[in-house]
Design a protein around this ligand. Structure first.
Ligand code: AMP
Length: 115
């Protein structure tokens, strides 16, 4: 496992990001290639490589991560109209960064199914 993914570097402030929320548990920042008017990534400060790793994770830590995703979406003003949370996992899931991250996508009507 690399400790130097782009998200490790954003978390350590080695490289800049447009941070929208931070607390003891998570960092949230705008996606550099937004796929919707609002596209924010939420990463936990406890690193898991991907969603699969949550099988062995402490439930309390996973809960902190998930409650923050909902909180960030609310703070972005997305509760009224709704939004999508996406966690791409592994090769077929099109995960490109080996640091778990939740995409919050909103600000327009989203289509289904995803590609
Ligand atoms: P995924 O395909 O689920 O692994 O998503 C990775 C996301 O990270 C993509 O949507 C990228 O646009 C985004 N991304 C990559 N580098 C950066 C960066 N430096 N700052 C913000 N978002 C980034």
């Amino acid at each position: 496992m690399s400790n130097h993914t782009i998200f490790d570097k954003i978390l350590s402030k080695e490289i800049p990001a447009q941070i929208v929320y931070e607390d003891d548990f998570v960092l949230a920042f705008r996606d550099i290639q937004p796929q919707a008017p609002v596209h924010v990534l939420v990463i936990p400060k406890t690193k898991w490589v991907g969603f699969s790793a949550l099988q062995d994770a402490a439930p309390l830590a996973v809960g902190e991560f998930f409650t923050r995703i909902a909180k960030v979406a609310a703070q972005l003003g997305l509760d009224a109209k709704g939004y999508r949370v996406v966690l791409n996992n592994g090769r077929d899931g099109q995960q490109t960064v080996d640091y778990i991250h939740a995409h919050i996508l909103g600000g327009r009507g989203l289509t289904w199914p995803p590609g």
